[in-house]
Design a binder for this molecule. Structure first.
Ligand SMILES: [Zn+2]
Length: 236
């Protein structure tokens, strides 16, 4: 199986679709103030996590940096609402996208690069063809005429790892917050044993990259062109 990273077109003017949206996930964990790293957060989103039943969810709409203690308090509020395998980190977005949209959308929309939305027909085709790892969550995007668009965000779980040989600048582990990040290497490939067998969409740990299978690309392309560039990522 070949794999690809979906990306925004290099030349946005070469696109065929006019669709645009402005939206945020309904809730989030705050970023963390670390005495050594200053503030940091991840781009991970879990749109399927529904906090509407959490009475004390007001503080979870504000991503402003917080102390480790306050971060831990809010994490403890969220934890029972997310399955245990979900990796919750500072800055993590939760709940469906909500916002406004205009124009016409192609089968797949990638914007920003760590967010993939599909049209209803693309969702139905991906599920109908039995692709694995497809978790569509209805995005609450309204047009000016207050019509809600049938667009779905695909939830991405970071399951694969980059091959250690392509990471050249990993920071030592921070004694305060445990961070040990690295810059996304322009030349990168996946660690073979970390690639989840049979899945057609997954994320890459410690990055905001999304990977889709060749089967995913072939399936959505049956609905015509999307303004998406698929960059192959090898496995080694
Ligand atoms: Zn730190």
């Amino acid at each position: 199986m070949r794999y690809f990273e979906p990306a925004v077109l290099r030349d946005p003017d070469s696109g065929q679709w006019s669709g645009e949206y402005r939206a945020e996930h309904k809730w989030c964990l705050p970023s963390v103030l670390c005495p050594r790293c200053e503030t940091w957060s991840v781009m991970q989103a879990y749109p399927s996590v529904d906090l509407s039943g959490l009475p004390d969810n007001d503080s979870l709409t504000d991503g402003w940096p917080q102390s480790a203690e306050e971060y831990a308090r809010r994490l403890a509020l969220v934890r029972p609402f997310a399955p245990p395998e979900f990796l919750l980190e500072p800055g993590c977005r939760l709940g469906p996208l909500a916002g406004t949209a205009r124009g016409h959308f192609g089968p797949v929309t990638v914007w920003p690069p760590w967010q993939v939305l599909v049209r209803e027909d693309a969702r139905d085709l991906l599920l109908g063809e039995g692709l694995q790892g497809i978790i569509p969550v209805h995005a609450q995007l309204r047009t000016r005429r207050t019509k809600e668009l049938p667009l779905y965000e695909l939830e991405v779980h970071p399951l694969a790892k980059l091959h250690p040989d392509c990471i050249y600048d990993r920071e030592p582990t921070c004694p305060f917050c445990g961070r040990h990040g690295f810059m996304l290497p322009p030349k990168r490939w996946l660690l073979r044993e970390s690639v989840p067998a049979g899945l057609d969409l997954f994320g890459v740990e410690e990055t905001n990259r999304i990977v889709v299978s060749e089967r995913f690309v072939d399936t959505v392309n049956r609905l015509g062109p999307s303004d998406v560039f698929y960059r192959e990522i090898t496995v080694g």
